[in-house]
Design a protein around this ligand. Structure first.
Ligand SMILES: Nc1ncnc2c1ncn2[C@@H]1O[C@H](COP(=O)(O)OP(=O)(O)OP(=O)(O)O)[C@@H](O)[C@H]1O
Ligand SMILES: [Mg+2]
Length: 325
């Protein structure tokens, strides 16, 4: 149980990625995710595959026909504008909001994930933005919250502390002491504790919802380092982020959602910020789709969230650091 991360998988080298999707290919916005599932970084078959996933909330079609592949030893960033469907997709995978349609395949086997319990049993861990840490408890207690080790009737404090220290050391997480309350940790340290905690269940896929939001540069670097360590251990990581710097720094592939649909899967080594922003905002397809929509009398740029207008403003709006999308 001390080997909480399981057997390290093949982390692969940064040279094995599949071809990038094309943001300009508005007619077939699915990029590579609908193509050859075995072609991406984490060599071999994906650990998790989604095909044609859809999810509706009342009148809102939050997800339409979405595909996603995650390989062992691969960081897949999930990006998109507000309301694009990122959290909805995470909830589908986490068993919090099962899909209305589509297929989920886990290690080659079709599965249903109707509740969080099934996600956990499969080996899917989720770190939500609020982290759900108990401020007044120390790091050890937080790591083992709900799965405390016991010796007879008593808590095995020594055992938990030992495992906690081993885990954090393995992950090179820097914390002054595992016996200080989480309240006294920095935001970055708290985030690393929350991520470390998710690893105690020995997951194969970890989903992180905005793990670097509201963190400073140094703390962000700490979290990104940790994400790289998860990849080295063969985990598949799904990273939701609005920060392009973080995404470009740590992801292997970037899956763009737009208005609840796939809008390209990009190889981080070859994609440009402009391409990415264009895929996110829809700038590239607008010239075509708006015209078509006008002609057919439909709304072109609208969507369930009111939509961002594409156009040159966003695509030319790259900042020197970390544009928040
Ligand atoms: N529980 C819900 N009930 C009704 N509509 C919902 C619900 N959850 C999400 N939606 C709608 O589904 C769409 C996708 O929302 P989602 O939260 O997945 O977007 P997101 O990409 O995570 O956005 P953000 O970047 O703002 O977090 C939005 O239009 C949203 O209003
Ligand atoms: Mg969200």
């Amino acid at each position: 149980m001390t080997d909480t991360l399981g057997t390290p998988g093949d982390s692969g080298e940064p040279g094995k990625l599949g071809k990038p999707g094309s943001a300009g290919d508005a007619g077939t916005p699915r990029g590579t995710s609908g193509g050859n599932p075995g072609e991406a970084r984490g060599a071999g078959a994906p650990v998790l595959s989604l095909r044609g996933v859809s999810k509706r909330y009342g009148a809102v079609q939050a997800l339409s026909d979405v595909d996603l592949d995650v390989h062992p030893g691969e960081v897949v960033a999930l990006v998109g504008d507000n309301g694009a469907g990122k959290s909805t997709l995470i909830k589908v995978i986490a068993g919090v909001g099962p899909p209305d349609g589509g297929r989920i395949t886990w290690e080659g086997r079709q599965v249903a994930i109707p509740r969080p319990h099934e996600a956990q049993s499969l080996g899917i861990a989720t770190v939500y933005q609020d982290l759900a840490l108990c401020d007044n408890l120390d790091v050890v207690a937080n790591l083992f919250l709900g799965r405390e080790l016991r010796r007879g009737l008593l808590l095995d404090e020594v055992g938990m502390e030992k495992q906690a220290t081993e885990l954090l050391t393995t992950l090179s997480v820097k914390i002054p002491s595992v016996r200080i309350p989480v309240a006294s940790l920095s935001g970055g340290q708290r985030q690393t504790v929350a991520i470390s905690r998710s690893l105690l269940g020995e997951p194969k896929v970890v989903m992180l919802d905005e793990p670097t939001a509201a963190l400073g540069v140094e703390q962000t670097a700490q979290v990104l380092d940790l994400i790289e360590r998860l990849r080295e251990r063969g985990l598949g990581v799904i990273l939701i982020s609005h920060n392009m710097d973080d995404v470009l720094a740590v992801a292997d592939r970037i899956a763009v959602l737009r208005l609840g649909r796939n809008n390209g899967v990009f190889d981080v080594r070859t994609v440009t910020r402009e391409e990415l922003l264009a895929a996110i905002t829809g700038a590239t397809d607008n010239a075509v789709s708006r015209r078509q929509a006008r002609k057919s009398g439909e709304q072109g740029g609208g969507g369930q969230d009111g939509g961002e207008q594409g156009g040159g403003e966003q695509s030319g709006g790259a900042q020197d650091r970390g544009e928040q999308l």
